[in-house]
Design a binder for this molecule. Structure first.
Ligand SMILES: Nc1ncnc2c1ncn2[C@@H]1O[C@H](COP(=O)(O)OP(=O)(O)OP(=O)(O)O)[C@@H](O)[C@H]1O
Ligand SMILES: [Mg+2]
Length: 139
């Protein structure tokens, strides 16, 4: 499986707002960040500061009342915000995944972590269980 070394996820000048019955909520104000392949980053901030909304925007999972008013999210300079459905399905779960805030709901306790990693790899790439296992143990 091809493993480019230079994948870069960028959030550039992101602004997100929500329409609510109490008016507009400007949830994310001018967030920019960069994540390179193989690097570990933490997004830190007080409750309500927009960490989840930023992450959900990266995942293209913004709630129906939410809207990106400006800015962009790119992977290797390609915008992720207006991808057609097919490209979204190819990308998410392969290049970019998310473990949601409640890990007991996001990770099925009936499966081992290895099984969960193997499922994602084999859904996106034609490979044997043995090959997937080798990659999973390298991740
Ligand atoms: N669907 C929504 N409709 C309206 N407002 C929303 C919606 N989702 C999030 N918000 C608002 O956006 C702001 C940012 O919320 P967010 O959940 O991103 O914060 P957070 O930094 O992840 O907080 P926490 O540390 O508590 O998880 C908050 O004011 C929140 O109330
Ligand atoms: Mg949150």
């Amino acid at each position: 499986m091809e493993q480019p070394k230079n994948d870069v996820l960028k959030v550039k000048g992101l602004h997100v707002e929500f329409q609510t019955s109490h008016g507009m909520v400007h949830a994310v104000k001018d967030v920019s960040l960069e994540v390179k392949r193989g690097r570990i980053h933490a997004l830190v901030g007080e409750s309500g500061s927009g960490k989840s909304v930023t992450s959900l925007t990266i995942m293209n999972l913004l709630a129906g009342n939410g809207r990106v008013i400006s800015g962009d999210v790119t992977l290797n300079e390609k915008s992720l915000l207006k991808l057609p459905g097919k490209e979204k399905r190819q990308l998410y779960g392969d290049k970019i995944g998310m473990i949601f805030q409640d890990p007991t709901a996001a990770l099925d306790p009936l499966f081992t972590v290895e099984q969960l990693l193997l499922e994602g790899l084999r859904k996106h790439h034609r490979m044997s269980k043995k090959q997937a296992r080798e990659i999973a143990w390298r991740i």
